[in-house]
Design a protein around this ligand. Sequence first.
Ligand code: NAD
Ligand code: GDD
Length: 471
Amino acid sequence: MSGYWPRTPFEPCVIGGDRLIDLLNNDLSALSERTMATVNDRPIVITGAGGFIGGHLVEHFRRMGYRDIRAADIKPLDEWYQVHKDVKNYAGPLKGDCRDFKVCRTICKGAAEVYQLAADMGGMGFIENNKALCMLSVLTNTHMLLAAQEAGVARFFYASSACVYNAEKQKDPNITALKEADAYPALPEDGYGWEKLFSERMCRHFREDFGMKCRVARFHNVYGPNGTWEGGREKAPAAICRKVIAAVVSGKHEIEIWGDGTQTRSFMYIDDCVKGINLITHSDILEPINLGSSELVSINRLVDIAEEIAGVKLHRKYKLDAPRGVAGRNSDNTKIEAYLNWEPSTRLRDGMEKTYRWIEEEFTAKYDAETAHLSSISTFTHGARPIPGDGFNPESRFMDTWTQGIPAGYGKGAKTGSSAGGGKGKKAGGSGGARRSKAETSAGGRKTPGKKKVKAKAGAGKGRKPARARR
Ligand code: NAD
Ligand code: GDD
């Protein structure tokens, strides 16, 4: 039994029937049996499957007994974090680029469910410096929606982000947790957040106008093994693990932290994320919903945890002009608890232990004491120029990522926003723009970071390739 259409994105929907009982009891086996009955003769599609969350989602459904899975990613197969031989893999720009409508049609044909996770994205270092690339994911989202609708899929899941939330609500490290309604009036993260918010609404209108069962989760910072830990796209948990490991391996006991370390976030462990995706997709929750941990920590505390795991204490250097994003962000889980009687609950300390150990293995397979410092080299570019350091663009201090491009007088947002370069921002923004103009006209290269051996020194990493999960 399904619910009724909400008239606004915030209006609660009704869930009921057997599904409600399954969900309230959190009875995954009953849920999975019935779900599988509807899909086991038709494939499910997971895009972005060569990436972090997509790779884990494929594994999650394999474990649940799904037999017909199509996994797609623009990256060549040898760069996927997890490769499953019993899955039909559509890899590389010809078979797996979901910006291409023909590819979307091929992978969606005859499918029962689509999980749309493909996106050109990363942590703050990437999204602040690659707004156009982030926005181009709109092609992927639009074409996947169209192809899924044409194929008549039963369910469509879209991975949105906490970056859709209004910046004004995230200016204090002691933030009040973000509830779903806080996305409007809209003042999301520039580039990446706007694209996510737009695509959320596309899902809503495909549901309302075409009757396609779209489900949308707003992920809050997800971490775990088999994800990006170097190259410039990595998020804080993986970056901090890598930096602590580099300090241990090199014997140089110091760490660089972006910002002053007081900024706060909540971090969701990957196992909670894939479980939540499954529950939300097969629920009758019609509006976008938070999928995140509510365990708020400062970045300084995150560093403490990594140090505890490593058994070291490092000298901290704070890079105040590095990309920082919002001052504070946490997930209000009232809705997800009410709907599913469940919320992500893995303790950060436990998830970080597993993440740290996996990155440690990858790191030591690739670097040694002499080459450890090379792990901070960024492999993505800003326009035609490589960005120095691990995703840090010195020009970004002139860019107010929140208010850029917002007309003066739009709410309070135009006057405030991130304080890094705040006052300077307006003045220097012009010159930053002028400096950027060359890069804007040249073709930007997209490189896939993280999985290529850094060629800095012969013998780096003793020739052993980082482990890649193959099943
Ligand atoms: P990821 O970068 O590890 O995976 C995304 C994958 O999409 C990559 O492997 C990439 O190659 C692929 N991709 C990019 N463009 C593509 C295209 N045109 N066609 C096919 N594949 C393409 O990122 P992730 O952490 O696994 O994120 C998955 C999804 O979750 C994304 O939509 C992301 O925006 C969203 N999300 C993630 C987080 C997080 O903290 N990890 C937070 C909020 C939202
Ligand atoms: N990436 C990174 N690397 N961040 C660092 C580092 C570092 O070495 N040191 C400190 N930080 C700080 C950042 O400055 C930021 O204030 C905070 O850690 C979190 O950074 P990220 O993990 O990169 O991103 P985020 O939490 O601001 O946003 C992420 O989560 C969103 C969902 O909640 C991004 O991954 C978004 O793409 C995602 O949608």
